[in-house]
Structure formats: structure tokens, C-alpha cells
Design a protein around this ligand. Structure first.
Ligand code: GSH
Length: 221
């Protein structure tokens, strides 16, 4: 459990993959927090003062300490709440986990999240027209090669870590876990190791709670 002194506010939108990554880390480490809703594109000056790059998430503690960026926040959480560890102790394993976090935060988010954004955020939440040609280009052309790479290079590595959840696993889980809401599946027949990993993570109690909160939030729209 987290030491009493570590609790805080997570500023962001729960459906953002970067916010979900931090929510996953907080849930696994048992840190209490309040989610204060901030939408990209509607950031107040008080929030922007805490986020020099104008992005969510931002972490804030009661004494006024603030920290932007999901990667930086997760690294900080690891230092103040080391248990359970999300970063491998071995220097090579740790460096590789950081690479896959970077891969997930860039290549994977860039290819997967526009699908969710179009179908769910624009279409379902805001009732705006969905660019289905963009969705198809991402779902059919851009995302599959990324899933191929994750299947070949990342998923076996996660297995090699014997089911331990690392920052890399969380970073890959966060953008992929919401694709189902946009009617796009990581097909088990095509990407068996990756689909198996996602299904194991969906059954992990702390992460299952995060996904349940997402479902509840989506059901409210
Ligand atoms: N490197 C940042 C990326 C965060 C990010 O791109 N957040 C998006 C929402 S998913 C955002 O705030 N976008 C607002 C903008 O770019 O104006 C992190 O890991 O926290």
C-alpha cells in the first residue's frame, strides 16, 4: 500500500491513453487520488501554469507540488511508492521497458488513438461527424504493422517477464484497451500473444477496475 503522504489529484480526461497509463500505475500501487476533469482543447490558465506543454495529465499533491507528463509522473510514483515495482531492476531490462514505453506513447498512440477519437469522442460523445476514411486508414493500413511489431518484439518479452506488469506493459495496454469501444479488435487469430496479454491484463483486479470506470464513463454519454 502507498505511504499515507502520497495522495493527490490527477488532472486529465479519463479516456486519454496517457491519463489511463497513470491511472493504471496509481491503481496497481494503491495510491488514492481524485480525478479532476480537464479536456484537451479546453484548458484553463490555472491548468496551463501546471502544464507547460499544454497537455494532460498533470499530477498534483496537497502541498502544491505538480508534475506534468505521464512518463515523468509514473517514474516519480515509482520512487515514492516502490511497491509493486513497475520498472525492472536489471539495467538492460529497465532500458528496454523504457523504450517500449516510448514506442507505445508515440507510434502506438499515433496510430490507435485517432480511431477512438473519431468514433467515440467525436461521434459518440460530441455527436460530430466521424471521418470514416481516416478510421479505415488507421484501422486497416496503419495500425496492423504496429500490432505486428508488438506481437513479434514486445509481447514475447512481456511473457519473458513472467507476467510482471511493467511500465512498458501499462503503456501498451493504455491505448489498446479502448479500441473495443470503437469496434476495432486486436484479433487473437492474427496477434495471439498480444491479444493474450491484453486479456490477462483485463483480468488483473486493479486494471479491471480502471477499465470498469472507463465503461461506466462511456455509458454516461
Ligand atoms: N508526453 C505526454 C503526452 C500527453 C498528451 O499528448 N496528451 C494529450 C491528450 S491524450 C493532450 O493533452 N493533448 C492536448 C494538445 O496536444 O493540445 C504524456 O506522456 O503525458
Amino acid at each position: 500500500m502507498a505511504p499515507e503522504r502520497v495522495r493527490g489529484i490527477l488532472h486529465g480526461a479519463s479516456l486519454s491513453p496517457f491519463v489511463r497509463k497513470v491511472r493504471g500505475a496509481l491503481a496497481l500501487k494503491g495510491v488514492e487520488y481524485e480525478l479532476v476533469h480537464v479536456m484537451p482543447g479546453a484548458m484553463e490558465p490555472a491548468f496551463l501554469a501546471k502544464s507547460p506543454l499544454s497537455k494532460i495529465p498533470v499530477w498534483e499533491e496537497p502541498d502544491g507540488f505538480t508534475l506534468p507528463d505521464s512518463s515523468v509522473i509514473c517514474d516519480y510514483l515509482e520512487q515514492v511508492v516502490p511497491d509493486p515495482p513497475l520498472y525492472p531492476a536489471d539495467p538492460r531490462e529497465r532500458a528496454q521497458a523504457l523504450f517500449w514505453e516510448e514506442y507505445a506513447d508515440t507510434r502506438l498512440v499515433d496510430t490507435a488513438t485517432p480511431i477512438f477519437f473519431q468514433r467515440v469522442v467525436r461521434g459518440r460523445i460530441f455527436g460530430q461527424p466521424v471521418d470514416e476514411s481516416l478510421v479505415r486508414r488507421h484501422a486497416e493500413d496503419l495500425l496492423p504493422p504496429v500490432l505486428d511489431q508488438l506481437e513479434a518484439l514486445f509481447a514475447p518479452r512481456a511473457d519473458a517477464l513472467a507476467g510482471r506488469i511493467t511500465i512498458a506493459t501499462l503503456s501498451v495496454w493504455a491505448p489498446l484497451s479502448d479500441l473495443g469501444h470503437a469496434d476495432v479488435e486486436v484479433e487473437a487469430a492474427r496477434w495471439p500473444a498480444l491479444a493474450g496479454l491484453l486479456s490477462r491484463l483485463a483480468g488483473q483486479p486493479a486494471l479491471a477496475r480502471v477499465l470498469e470506470e472507463d465503461r461506466a464513463q462511456l455509458a454516461s454519454f
